[in-house]
Design a binder for this molecule. Sequence first.
Ligand code: SAM
Length: 269
Amino acid sequence: MAEPVASEADDGPRAPDGSPLPDRTLPTFERDVRRMFTHIARGYEWFDHVASLGNDLLWRPRALWELDRFRRAGPVARALDIGCGTGELARLVTHHYGAARVVGADFTRAMLENAASESATRSEREHLGYVRATALKLPFADGSFDLVTNAFVARNLSDLRTAFREVHRVLRPGGVFLTLEITEPSSPFVNRLFHAYFDRVVPWLGSAVGSEGPYRYLPRSLKTLPDPGSFLALLSECGFPRVSARPQSSGIVTTFLAEAGEDSVTRSR
Ligand SMILES: C[S@@+](CC[C@H](N)C(=O)[O-])C[C@H]1O[C@@H](n2cnc3c(N)ncnc32)[C@H](O)[C@@H]1O
């Protein structure tokens, strides 16, 4: 990866059941996020399908459908999926843009090991590869990609502005950035149902599988994400003049889309 990461010491904040519980106010936050994803890597996909009641299987394909409606003409020959985890979105992107070369990047070794151990189709073997890298300092040259995606990663980043500027740097002008993320439903009724489930049932399910910390962290992490309007404003500030937010499932998740401008504010000469 581009820069050495801190050693994966086995200390740090924990829930009562001993599982990692990252705290954003601590200087060790990034390392603790990595420890948390190391802890849940093995059952990650299975737990995600159960906790989202299967909806996550629809959210990623729908996000790519929204991407196609947003994107202007031009090939997608090179794509990067940041925080690829076990590779669910990276694999979909590989199949969606059959001719593209796709890179999945993640800073948690255990998640990448699970991604690599998935039985790959022929197209995945030929077109998809994985690298260990942090979203805050991407190991790619300026303008390397036509498309950058990420799903359920933004909440975990210590510095969204730095991450967005890095994405802008590695995209070609006119390239598109897609972020799929959990968001607050705007309807008060749906919002109440959502929080009853997300703040209580999901941590309870997590504690049933020895992961109370990660699934207590999940609703906390949502509170630190900017609201959709501020999220789009930050993207614009980071060099993306054309932006859009497309809610799914009554706003429980949102697909944020952003087109990289021609300016070179984040690109080296
Ligand atoms: C909730 S998982 C999402 C995985 C996958 N994108 C999906 O759709 O299932 C978040 C992933 O982001 C990764 N991640 C979090 N912060 C990161 C960072 N700063 N740099 C790279 N990867 C990061 C974690 O290691 C984890 O694999």
